[in-house]
Write a protein that binds this ligand. Structure first.
Ligand SMILES: *Cc1c(COP(=O)(O)O)cnc(C)c1O
Length: 480
């Protein structure tokens, strides 16, 4: 049947397109019938897929049917309101529509010329989002895939700022280079370590600064570490402050850290991947205290702004340093307008790039700032409520403050050693997740196995949080 050498016929696309849209609507409407965490064994899905690719084309309906037959029970449903693990990342319908359009355009924004609307919409959306989170006009921004990529570019810029000719000469085999050091707290995200190892700074190039009882970086310890390194001939170059750490969502004291960065002339990068969006909320403005002192900031709309994966925003006051670190223009990519426009390929390692800003355009316009603020604010309120429920029960213990929408807790019925309590909570978490009703994750805080519950789904309602709490209590109290 598919013997003409063209794409799928328009009528076929129309038919399957409507079917797919219906499928998506039903899926999202009935998502609670699935367990949020896939209960499948490793290898199960792989074994359902033919070992050989088809020699001749198949009906597209069969592919769609196989989504239900082959894939669906191997999906962990991030859009499920019972998904309260890690940090939620939920997609909204405007975001899903934008993804579809992005695939249809298939615009590649490597140069301004390769789609002027791409580069200019991205610039406009960065400008909107910058105002939404209260950053000054001094910030330039770009969309990358993930916060990991954003932070890697921040560290690369911090290193480029040193003018050590690393771009030309590299680092290996040079005895004219000092050892370089980056500082972040013990609670910083592993992406900082990864950025550092990607750039050849090594894991030893990072010093982890201790935190206080609220899991916030201790600025005095930071300054002490910097002084010690300088005394030992090591060159400090970058500090990463986290606003919303991954385990507990603690907020490092950015103001104090920025003062230290200023006095030692260090690049300050703020990792606000999860919590940064809350700077939109008037009563949460405190989290963006001293942000305008930072050299760079990362915020992920794909975490808590209902944006389908992936979309991370990187802001910097020094785009020229980023460009100096990464711009490399071969003859075949030169254009006549290079002096007048910004070519996004100059600001990072990737050449080709997806049209991600469409998602922001659809989402911000559809919900409006007020709609986004209301939704995120509701999540914070629900988390505070959940934290109060924990505090009100004698056999439960909260293990960290709740500045945003993530609650760290454990079950502690008393009369047990720390080791036994850890074991108890490990099996509690396992049973909760095997229930097929909700999905929670964990961390370890001061040696304590800690259960984490995050609220941030666009589909989260109070009944989901209440249901989760009833389930957690019931399972916990049935353990012995
Ligand atoms: C989630 C998270 C990251 C990593 O985000 P990706 O976009 O998945 O790379 C980094 N830092 C913090 C604080 C995070 O919460």
């Amino acid at each position: 049947m598919k013997n003409n050498l063209t794409d799928m016929p328009a009528e076929e696309f129309r038919k399957i397109g409507y079917e797919l849209v219906d499928w998506i609507i039903n899926y999202l409407n009935e998502i609670e019938k699935y367990p949020p965490l896939s209960q499948i064994k490793p290898g199960d899905i792989f074994s359902r897929i033919p070992k050989q690719p088809p020699q001749t084309g198949e009906e597209i309906e069969r592919v769609l049917a196989d989504v239900d037959k082959i894939l669906i029970d191997g999906i962990t449903h991030w859009n499920h309101p019972g998904f309260m693990a890690y940090f939620n990342s939920t997609s909204s319908m405007p975001g899903i529509l934008a993804e579809l359009l992005s695939a249809a355009f298939n615009a590649n924004g490597m140069l301004w010329k390769t789609s002027p609307a791409f580069t200019e919409l991205e610039k406009a959306m960065i400008n909107w989002f910058r105002q939404m989170v209260g950053l000054s006009e001094n910030y330039w921004g770009i969309i990358y895939d993930t916060a990991s990529t954003s932070s890697m570019h921040a560290i690369a810029s911090a290193r480029e700022q040193l003018n050590l000719e690393i771009r030309e000469k590299g680092m290996a085999g040079r005895n004219d280079l000092p050892k370089l050091r980056l500082y972040c707290s013990e609670q910083a995200h592993s992406s900082i370590d990864k950025g550092s190892l990607t750039l050849g700074l090594g894991l030893e190039g990072i010093k982890k600064i201790p935190v206080n009882e609220k899991f916030e970086m201790i600025p005095e310890k930071l300054e002490q570490a910097i002084k010690e390194d300088i005394a030992n001939g090591i060159k400090p170059f970058c500090v990463v402050a986290t606003v919303g750490t991954t385990s507990t969502t603690s907020v490092d004291p950015v103001k104090r850290i920025s003062e230290i960065c200023k006095s030692y002339n260090l690049w300050l990068h703020i990792d606000a991947a999860y919590a940064g969006v809350t700077a939109m909320i008037p009563e949460m403005k405190w989290i963006s205290d001293a942000w305008n002192d930072a050299d760079s900031i990362v915020i992920n709309p794909h975490k808590w702004m209902f944006t389908p994966m992936d979309l991370s925003i990187y802001f910097t006051r020094k785009p020229e340093i980023l460009k100096r670190a990464f711009s490399l223009v071969p003859e075949y990519l030169k254009t006549q307008v290079d002096d007048e426009v910004e070519n996004l390929m100059d600001y990072g390692i990737q050449l080709g790039r997806r049209f991600r800003s469409l998602k922001l355009w659809f989402i911000i316009r559809y919900f409006g700032i007020d709609g986004l603020v209301e939704r995120i604010r509701k999540h914070i309120q629900l988390a505070k409520e959940f934290a109060n429920w924990i505090d009100d029960e004698k056999d439960f213990e909260r293990l960290a403050p709740v500045p945003f929408s993530t609650v760290c807790f454990r079950y502690n019925p008393g009369n047990r050693t720390e080791h036994e309590i850890n074991k108890l909570n490990e099996s509690l978490l396992e049973k909760i997740n095997a229930s097929g009703k909700i999905f929670l994750s964990h961390t370890k805080l001061n040696g304590k196995f800690t259960i984490r519950l995050t609220i941030g789904s666009i589909r989260h309602e109070r009944r989901h949080i209440d249901g989760a709490w009833q389930l957690i209590k019931t399972i916990a109290r049935s353990l012995n």
